[in-house]
Design a protein around this ligand. Structure first.
Ligand code: B1M
Length: 215
C-alpha cells in the first residue's frame, strides 16, 4: 500500500506536479504514513532522479525548479505533523543553520533543520546564500552550540571552510562546533577543513549533533 503511494509521490515530483504532490502528502497523513517516510521514501527519490537526468543533460533547469517546487509543497503539508509528533520538551542545544554564500539549495538544509527542531533543538535558520560573517554573528547572538553549514555545489563548498575559519577567528571554538553537509561534502572534506563533523543525511545529522552536545 505504502509502496504504491511512494511510487506516486516519486512520479509527482518527476512530473513537477505540485497539486498531485500536495494531494499525496495529504493522503499520507490520512493513511498514517510517517511523514519522514513519505519525504525520504516517496518524494526525495523523485528529486534525486530529476537531478541525475539534469546532470546527464536529459532535463533542464525549469524541470528541476518544478520538481523542487512540488517537493516543497509536500514538505509544507507534512512538516506540522512532524512537529506535532515530536515528544521533546526541553531544549537540548542551540543550532545556527544555513546554506553557504552563492548557493540557494535549501530543501536538504530545511529537512535537517526540521529534524533537529523536532528532536528538541532550538534552530535558527539563516536561509540560503548566507555570508560567513552572518554565521558568526548569529552564533554569537544565539550562543550557538553548533553551526550547521550546508552546500550543494562543488563551486560553493569552499564556503564551508571559510565558515570554519571565521568561527575559529572569532574565538567561538571549541564551545561552538561546526558541522557540514550536502551532496559534495564528505567526512574526508570535513576533516580537511577542520569541521567537527559531517553527516550525509538529516537523521545522521541529528545523531551527530546530539553526540557533539552530549545530549
Ligand atoms: Co541544483 N544542482 N542547481 N537546483 N539541484 C544539484 C545540486 C546538482 C547535483 C544537479 C546535477 O547536475 N546533477 C548540480 C550540482 C553539480 C555540482 O556542483 N557538482 C546542480 C546545479 C548545477 C545547479 C545550478 C548551477 C543549475 C544552473 O543554474 N545551471 C543551480 C545553482 C543555483 C545556486 O545555488 N546558485 C541549481 C539550481 C537548483 C534549483 C533552484 C532549480 C533547485 C533548488 C531549489 C531549492 O532548494 N529551493 C535545484 C535542485 C532541486 C537540485 C537537485 C535536483 C536536488 C537537491 C535536493 O533538494 N535534494 C540536485 C541534484 C541532487 O542532489 N541529486 C541539484 C533533496 C535533498 C533532501 O537532499 O539537498 O542532498 P540534499 O540534502 C540531504 C543531504 O545532502 C544532507 O541531508 C539532507 C537530507 O537527507 N544535508 C545535510 C544537506 N545539508 C546538510 C547539512 C548538514 C548535514 C546534512 O549539516 C549542517
Amino acid at each position: 500500500m505504502s509502496e504504491e503511494l511512494f511510487a506516486q509521490m516519486r512520479q509527482a515530483v518527476i512530473d513537477g506536479d505540485s497539486a498531485a504532490s500536495a494531494a499525496l502528502a495529504e493522503q499520507a497523513l490520512a493513511d498514517n504514513v510517517p511523514p519522514l517516510d513519505a519525504i525520504e521514501k516517496g518524494f526525495v527519490p523523485g528529486l534525486t532522479l530529476v537531478g541525475e537526468q539534469f546532470g546527464a543533460g536529459d532535463l533542464f533547469l525549469p524541470d528541476m525548479m518544478l520538481a523542487a517546487r512540488a517537493m516543497q509543497k509536500a514538505i509544507a503539508i507534512l512538516e506540522p505533523e512532524m512537529k506535532r509528533q515530536s515528544t521533546q520538551r526541553h531544549v537540548v542545544g542551540r543550532v545556527v543553520l544555513g546554506t553557504v554564500k552563492g548557493d540557494i539549495h535549501e530543501i536538504g538544509k530545511n529537512l535537517v533543520g526540521m529534524m533537529l527542531a523536532t528532536s528538541g533543538f532550538e534552530v535558527h535558520d539563516l536561509g540560503v546564500d548566507v555570508a560567513p560573517e552572518r554565521f558568526v554573528s548569529a552564533a554569537h547572538e544565539h550562543n550557538a552550540d553548533i553551526v550547521g553549514v550546508s552546500a550543494l555545489l562543488t563551486t560553493t563548498m569552499a564556503g564551508q571552510r571559510t565558515v570554519v575559519e571565521q568561527i575559529e577567528a572569532a574565538g567561538l571554538r571549541p564551545k561552538c562546533r561546526v558541522v557540514v553537509g550536502g551532496a559534495p561534502a564528505s567526512s574526508t572534506w570535513a576533516s580537511e577543513i577542520g569541521a567537527d563533523g559531517y553527516s550525509e543525511d538529516a537523521i545522521g545529522a541529528v545523531a551527530l549533533i546530539r553526540g557533539l552536545v552530549g545530549a
